[in-house]
Design a protein around this ligand. Structure first.
Ligand code: BG6
Length: 482
């Protein structure tokens, strides 16, 4: 059993992710007594603060993100007491010695890099030079882990030079979401679905992550990446892999990640020849979201851009189980609502005994956001005497996880991931071979777009992407589940 850590070293501690997610998550764990008693949090960033100033910043971050009834002053004080702030310019080697001194015993240390990827190299070199890469030290990294296969390999090589794979924790925060775990429970904790979970029983799969936000304050990052690399390369492909993987023998890091990587390697390349029929790029122009007028992407950015803010894809997993089953993926900014869901659409009945009455195939709906829920649609008879034949309707069968667990607080993804990092559990972190398989598939799509000169098509903010996204599925007689 891996030892929990005595120190958590947080790089980028004054940044947005830290204030919005990491500090609140650590507080949530602490308030519930889940952090090791002796755990100290060493926060570091470039800005010069002393510990008291940083604790005030952390307290303000908790005020802004944690409900007042979950913020007991004693718990807040205890949490802040764990934190020491050490200013550090990661591009200079000197500061790392002070960090190492602050930590002292490095037998059980977790390091979380929530910084720009350009700092990964110097930070890892500094850490390793200061003796902070020994056998008891784990390293967690936030995306983006590169912008293509080549740059991701560079990062992975720099990491591997100091930290072996079994101490490297690559974060994909979607893997920490409650319903994503539930997908695994649903598939492998029940006998009901698995016999149908293949090309014989499933017609197609849809994975959608829709957001209402626009560029937010990340213009440089986002414009350099676009929806394909920001969302599909990581979150959507991880969801696809969990839906499509073979049953792992155990819920352990090797078994689960071995199965996921097989799926990622079986993705049929979308390349120059198929990119026009299998992918759609879009960029939002001015429109309205939630009844509020919003500017177009180019106006928000202050210049024109060829970056996509929407992407839809038709993917195939070329293996025995999934032959002929399309996986439709769709994600975008400034769409009509914030929702993430996975839809498993089963095959229609082979023959209807109900004459012309339309029968809707069963659909398993796994909602990730805004609410977590799992539902199944079933055909049922509408009440009545039915003198002209049975009237059937598709009705939802709610699996009821919300009611069954109404009294259990839902944790944000980072709570689970930080706790797993602290406890040294790697199952929910992405392995190098997975990241590289993901980039290989994504790079081919980008090369195809470049070869075909495929620019993003405009869509008005507040719509479900450009019309091409609708055609992508309608050609196959499929509608997106809105
Ligand atoms: C991040 C992307 O990885 O995920 C963002 O960089 C996106 O652009 C975010 O907004 C979505 O995460 P969530 O958990 O809000 O769906």
């Amino acid at each position: 059993m891996t030892q929990p850590c005595t120190h958590l070293l947080l790089f980028g501690a004054t940044g947005d992710l830290s204030k919005r997610m990491l500090l609140p998550s650590l507080f949530g764990l602490d308030a519930d007594g889940l952090l090791p008693d002796s755990l100290r949090i060493i926060a570091t960033a470039r800005s010069v603060h002393d510990t008291a100033e940083f604790r005030a910043l952390a307290a303000a971050a908790l005020d802004a993100t944690v409900d007042a009834d979950r913020r007991h002053p004693d718990q807040v004080a205890r949490f802040l007491d764990r934190i020491t702030y050490v200013p550090l310019d990661a591009s200079k080697a000197e500061g790392f010695a002070a960090l190492a001194q602050e930590i002292g015993d490095t037998a059980h240390v977790a390091i979380f890099l929530s910084t720009a990827p350009s700092l990964f190299g110097p930070t890892i070199a500094g850490l390793s030079g200061a003796g902070l890469a020994g056998p008891g030290v784990r390293l967690a990294l936030e995306k983006p882990l590169g912008s293509d296969l080549a740059s991701s390999r560079q990062i992975n090589d720099a990491v591997a030079a100091a930290y072996p794979e079994d101490r490297t924790f690559r974060i994909d925060h979607y893997l920490g979401k409650e319903t994503v775990q539930n997908l695994i429970a649903l598939r492998f904790g029940n006998t009901l679905f698995e016999p149908l979970w293949n090309a014989g029983g499933i017609d197609h799969v849809q994975i959608s992550i829709a957001e209402t936000v626009g560029l937010e304050s990340r213009a440089d990052y986002y414009d350099g990446m676009g929806a394909l690399r920001d969302m599909v390369q990581n979150h959507m492909l991880q969801l696809l892999a969990l839906v499509a993987m073979e049953p792992p023998a155990r819920f352990d890091p090797t078994s689960v990640r071995d199965e996921k990587v097989k799926v990622l390697r079986s993705l049929r390349p979308i390349d120059r020849a198929t990119v026009e029929s299998h992918s759609v790029r879009g960029q939002y122009v001015a429109g309205a979201v939630d009844g509020q007028p919003v500017r177009g992407y180019a106006e928000e950015l202050g210049r024109s851009s060829g970056t996509e803010t929407f992407v839809a894809l038709k993917a195939h997993v070329d293996n025995w189980r999934w032959q002929g089953v399309p996986f439709y993926l769709r994600t975008g900014k400034r769409l009509p609502e914030r929702t993430s869901e996975i839809i498993i659409q089963f095959k229609p009945v082979p023959h209807s005994m109900f004459g012309d009455a339309p029968l809707k195939p069963n659909m398993l709906i796994i909602g990730l956001q805004p609410d977590e829920n799992i539902g199944l649609t079933m055909m049922a008879k509408a009440p009545g005497l039915d003198r002209d034949g049975l009237k059937l309707r598709s009705v939802p069968l709610d699996i009821g996880i919300n009611n069954a667990f109404a009294d259990v607080r839902r944790r944000i993804a980072y709570e689970r991931l930080l706790l797993d990092l602290i406890e040294g559990k790697q199952t929910l972190f992405v392995r190098r071979d997975e990241v590289e398989a993901q980039w290989t598939w994504i790079d081919a799509i980008r090369a195809g777009w470049a070869a075909q000169g495929m620019a993003p098509a405009p869509y008005a903010a507040g719509n479900w992407g450009p019309n091409g996204a609708i055609r992508l599925t309608e050609r196959d007689g499929v509608s997106w589940h809105d």
